[in-house]
Design a binder for this molecule. Structure first.
Ligand code: UTP
Length: 235
């Protein structure tokens, strides 16, 4: 069986306020997709909700407090962003699944037939990081790449602590000490990795590669199994 790669692409990478960098980034992403398909690779891509998710959750919060309802608003935004990436890949003629699956098992099945499957969130109670880990599990992939807007996992929050150290290699248990494990985040809350994803990766023995998704060359290195600038978490 051809190896399957699963990538969580953080919604923050699609930032509309950084239009110049964004169009360059889309161009590099398209080139990478053509290259991957040319080499017969199969890649599952899970897209985060980014700004649309946060804005829509804030809007809904004015009337709604139940977290599962707010999560559903977030899921709709992830599916919107997934559709953007799916259509961009279809537009350049890539062999992309025509639907945005609602479950990771459906995505894994579609990855048997298509070079790319793009999806967003699934059910309330976790983020797209966890969806990507479940997709990796269902597709028989040992590694899940988390491409986000920070270059590494840090030993403490670098936004709060000037002396935070970036980490290049750690075990899943060491990661769990930093992020927590198994406890859901509040709807729209941000964290380097969702603690639910950490728990699922541990349960399914999936390694995690956390890297800066703004650098497409770094993503390509990780997809090629080469050393990459980021954090490798072994299960
Ligand atoms: P994201 O996966 O986008 O959250 O989901 P994130 O970690 O903040 O990722 P970035 O910043 O986009 O990279 C956004 C929200 O959608 C809901 C949750 O409320 C989450 O906070 N969601 C998403 C779910 O409830 N289930 C899912 O499967 C996915």
């Amino acid at each position: 069986m051809t190896s399957r790669h699963i990538v969580a692409l953080g919604g923050s990478l699609l930032r509309p306020e950084e239009s110049e960098q964004r169009s360059a980034w889309f161009g590099q992403l398209r080139q990478l997709a053509v290259h991957l398909e040319g080499n017969g690779r199969r890649v599952g891509i899970v897209i985060g909700g980014g700004l649309p998710a946060r804005e829509a959750i804030e809007l809904a919060k004015t009337c709604v407090s139940a977290s599962d309802k707010l999560d559903r608003v977030g899921i709709a935004a992830t599916r919107l962003n997934a559709t953007v990436i799916q259509q961009i890949l279809l537009d350049i003629g890539c062999n992309v699944a025509p639907s945005i699956p609602h479950t990771t098992s459906e995505s894994a099945e579609l990855l048997e037939k298509y070079n790319f499957v793009v999806m967003g969130g699934t059910t309330p109670g976790h983020t797209t990081d966890a969806v990507a880990v479940a997709f990796a599990r269902d597709a028989g992939s040992r590694t899940c790449i988390i491409a986000t807007n920070v270059s590494h996992v840090y030993d403490k929050d670098p936004r709060e602590f000037d002396d935070a150290q970036s980490l290049t290699k750690l075990t899943i248990d060491e990661l769990a000490e930093i992020t927590g494990i198994g406890e859901p985040l509040a709807p729209g809350a941000s964290a380097v990795i969702d603690p639910i994803a950490v728990g699922w990766a541990k349960d399914s023995c999936i390694d995690l590669a956390v890297l800066d998704g703004r650098q497409i060359s770094t993503l390509e290195q990780a997809l090629d199994g080469q050393p990459f600038d980021g954090t490798l978490i072994t299960s």
